[in-house]
Design a protein around this ligand. Structure first.
Ligand SMILES: C[S@@+](CC[C@H](N)C(=O)[O-])C[C@H]1O[C@@H](n2cnc3c(N)ncnc32)[C@H](O)[C@@H]1O
Length: 350
């Protein structure tokens, strides 16, 4: 088999195990063998013109199959996928998976052409302490939320979700999105309940929630043996559709400057992002930092600016860190680190 495809399999199988999807890890092991044997998976995956690793080809492939299950087009495989109420049984799950690949290859191909698109709502548990910290620093200010790499914009609604972060709790109990995470370290500013002035985001490929195909695509990339993620996603979609945020198709480096102008007194501008920095090229990153620093130079305590980053840690692979830089002043602080999907938060701030 193509060496690059082999490397992509090794990487993705490891990734599935790190993120606790034994179902996907094992299905990929079988798919790898099937590619070596020149079976139905090989027809879709071997000879991929790009770099299978950088293109996340295997996530595209798994997502394409999952979309068939979610659309009700793969009833045999559905019996094994917890996302639709099934339970994996081996070797039946692999046989059913292979059946879909063999019989529905033409329906799978279009989804292989596009980059995987996720919007992981539980990351809000990792971000929450940062928003509350901004509220604590600038009492009485309303928050102007601007998210870059927003995907479907679901994390712009972080304040409408309920959080159980034992022993802490925050948010609206009756929310359709109930997030649970392990919390360690000190307490964040859980007494704060900031008011949101407005919500907007940009993405190079935003998911349009009004479009059923867009919603199905977003769901298809949730791993089927992690059905609680699908429940969070569906609850958040319901909330976002009831009161849509402004989402624009744009590169972060081009969009941000216009969003930071005209700040009235009493509004704290918060630029945030989660699991996005990795995808932004160096020159665009530099531009974003320039835009933030220029706007920061004009910021006052009445018109502050905060930059909240929930991104991969350079020092601790497989961990996310939450960094807050705020103006006036421009100081940076590491507030937390934790699980990339917000399942654990180790609070380090104040
Ligand atoms: C892994 S997803 C994370 C989505 C969301 N922030 C979350 O936490 O679930 C990365 C997102 O960044 C977007 N993206 C990548 N490069 C970008 C850029 N230069 N400007 C804006 N969005 C970008 C992608 O389209 C994708 O939606």
């Amino acid at each position: 088999m193509d060496e690059r495809l082999d490397a992509a399999f090794r990487f993705q199988i490891g990734g599935c195990r790190v993120f606790e999807s034994e179902l996907y890890a094992r299905l990929l092991e079988h798919a790898q063998q099937d590619c070596e044997a020149g079976g139905p998976c090989a027809l879709l995956l071997v000879g991929w013109p790009g770099d299978p690793l950088r293109d996340f080809l295997l996530l595209r492939f798994l997502g394409a199959v999952h979309a068939r299950v979610l659309a009700g087009e793969a009833p045999e495989l559905a019996r094994h996928y917890p996302s639709v109420g099934g339970m994996p049984e081996w070797p039946g799950v692999w046989q059913a998976f292979l059946g879909v690949v063999e019989e529905q290859a033409d329906a799978l191909r279009p989804q292989l052409e596009t980059f995987p698109q996720t919007n992981e709502v539980r990351r809000c548990a990792g971000l929450l302490g940062g928003f509350l910290e901004v509220a604590r620093r600038y009492p009485g200010s309303r928050q102007r939320l601007r998210e870059i790499g927003t995907s479907a914009g679901l994390n712009l609604f972080w304040d409408r979700y309920h959080y159980t972060l034992a022993p802490h709790e925050w948010g609206t109990r009756g929310s359709a999105v109930k997030l649970e995470a392990e919390w360690s370290g000190g307490s964040a500013a859980f007494e704060q309940v900031p008011e949101i002035e407005s919500r907007a985001g940009c993405d190079i490929a935003p998911v349009r929630l009004a479009d059923a195909a867009g919603r199905l695509r977003l769901e298809s990339y949730v791993w089927p043996d992690q059905p609680e993620r699908l429940t969070h996603l569906r609850g958040a979609v319901e909330i976002a559709r009831a009161d849509p945020a402004r989402i624009e198709e744009a590169r972060a480096g081009e969009w941000l400057a216009g969003e930071l102008a005209d700040a009235p007194d009493g509004v704290a501008r918060i630029v945030f992002h989660s699991s996005v920095w990795l995808y932004i090229p160096e020159d665009e990153r530099a531009r974003i930092v320039d835009v933030l620093e220029s706007a920061g130079a004009e910021a006052t305590a009445e018109r502050p600016l905060a930059w909240l980053r929930h991104e991969d840690s350079d020092e601790r692979p497989g961990r996310m860190e939450l960094l807050l830089r705020s103006w006036p002043g421009g100081q940076e602080e590491k507030l937390a680190d934790g699980h990339p999907h917000g399942r654990k938060v180790d609070w380090l701030g104040g």
